[in-house]
Design a protein around this ligand. Structure first.
Ligand code: EPZ
Length: 420
């Protein structure tokens, strides 16, 4: 197992090109199960999670190829309807093969994903939506066994205790594409990744309106065809590089980024005293004055993304004054707090809140990555800390950041991998 070593203190400068969005790509790959025709997906990031999803597609009878940033998915005569525990337990996004499989094959057996380090992550909304479309669901030996004749349309309210659900919206929207009649999903997730999936489905022949808003209308069709689609830029990777620029007092020019997907982050950065210079596809930041503390509350899009919470916490650690984070999507997503405190941060967790008192400096230390975004937060802390930080269990980072060490090296960072 490899670890990442960082010698902090370098102001990062230069251009970085943001990769395609992981959280768009994974459900989009699942959507290729809705058709027998070929699909071509461009701007696909080459990540551990991408490869896991391609393995799942192959296990379900597809031929897949990832060449540079293009994925081709082709059908074979051998179809399978079982998504195995060994895949779904390592990557929750694989649960969104359920909707496409049952809509296309009228049967599916998909492992339940189980627990997760960022907190309880139930799938009740996925199942509620699919049941409403006429899918018969049983839980057998840790698997969801789904059967249907033809799916029928329904008016579905998909809001849960913590608001809308991204992957449940994806799962139900994909299934509804082949249901008879007009389905309405109310309290649908508005994340850009859901809208991107809808754009692909429309290219495949689906009739969808309202994607990107809380009410999505889907008029079912009999069949879907193949399509070619280009994935949107990864807003979370972009946000992570924006904070890498600020935290090191550097000057990174982000390319291939959609600033309007990052409004909540940009707004908070302006509040803390940062000037944001953006065009339609690029962002550059300037620290203008002494930074001011800020408060953030994570919320579904267009609110502040939970996937930027850990990285923002690292930034708050070196921002003078008291900043407060309220985590409303995953109230237990705070595994990084103890690790940041080992680096000299002053963070106190109280239930779903973290109170961060800015310190003059962080100091490098051996720390442990617990999940993808927590790891990104630790990388940011390591970039600004004095001395050496080593981050163990970096396979978490490889799940969601394409060539993170190489991109940071190109900006001047002293960062490298070492064998544990
Ligand atoms: C997606 O997960 C993302 N994953 C996550 O990114 C992200 O953190 C999350 O959305 C929130 O933005 C992918 O897109 C692959 P949810 P998802 O269902 O869809 C509750 C990363 O680091 N809920 O929107 O699984 C749930 O517990 C990852 O890239 C139910 O109660 O998240 C949470 O509190 C991690 N019942 C809230 O809804 C359900 O059936 C939102 O979760 C489903 C979810």
């Amino acid at each position: 197992m490899d670890k990442l070593v960082i010698e902090g203190g370098v102001k990062l400068k230069g251009d970085v090109t943001i990769s395609g969005s992981k959280n768009s790509l994974l459900p989009i790959l699942a959507a290729t199960l809705l058709t027998d025709e070929p699909c071509i997906i461009n701007n696909a990031p080459n990540l551990r999670d991408t490869n896991t999803m391609l393995k799942i597609l192959r296990s379900l009878g597809k031929n897949t190829e990832l060449d540079k940033a293009t994925v081709s998915v082709l059908s074979t005569p051998k179809t399978n309807f079982v998504a195995d525990y060994k895949f779904v337990s390592t990557m929750r996004a694989s649960f969104c093969v359920l909707g496409p499989l049952v809509a296309k094959l009228k049967k599916a057996k998909v492992s339940l994903p189980g627990g997760c380090v960022i907190g309880a992550r139930p799938v009740d909304l996925h199942l509620k939506g699919l049941k409403a479309l006429g899918v018969n669901i049983n839980i057998e030996s840790g698997y969801v066994v789904a059967k249907a004749k033809r799916l029928h349309a329904e008016h579905i309210y998909l809001g849960g205790e913590y608001g809308s659900s991204v992957l449940a919206t994806d799962n139900v929207m994909m299934a509804a594409c082949l249901a008879k009649g007009k389905t309405i999903i109310e309290s649908a997730a508005c994340e850009p990744e859901v809208a991107d999936l809808a754009e692909l489905l429309i290219k495949m022949g689906a009739k969808i309106k309202g994607h990107g808003s809380p009410i999505i209308e889907i008029e079912g069709v009999k069949n879907l065809g193949g399509a070619e689609h280009t994935i949107i830029p990864d807003r979370i990777e972009a946000g992570t590089f924006m904070l890498a620029s600020l935290i090191t007092g550097g000057d990174i020019h982000l390319k291939n980024v959609f600033p309007y997907h990052l409004s909540a982050l940009i707004d908070k950065l302006k509040e803390t005293g940062v000037k944001v210079i953006s065009t339609s596809k690029s962002i550059r930041l300037r620290r203008q004055i002494r930074l001011k503390p800020i408060n953030i509350t994570t919320l579904p899009f267009p609110g502040f993304p939970t996937d930027m919470q850990a990285q923002m916490m690292s930034f708050m650690c070196i921002t003078p004054g008291i900043s407060v984070i309220t985590e409303k999507i995953y109230p237990d997503r705070f595994m990084h707090v103890a690790e940041l405190n080992r680096m000299g941060a002053h963070i106190q967790r109280e239930g779903p809140h973290a109170i961060v008192e800015g310190v003059k400096r962080l100091s490098g230390a051996p720390v442990m990555a617990s999940d993808l975004r927590a790891s990104a937060g630790l990388v940011l802390a390591g970039l600004v800390a004095t001395g050496k930080t080593s981050i163990s269990r970096i396979y978490h980072l490889e799940r969601g950041y394409e060539d993170l060490d190489k991109k940071l090296q190109a900006l001047g960072a002293r960062i490298w991998e070492e064998k544990e």
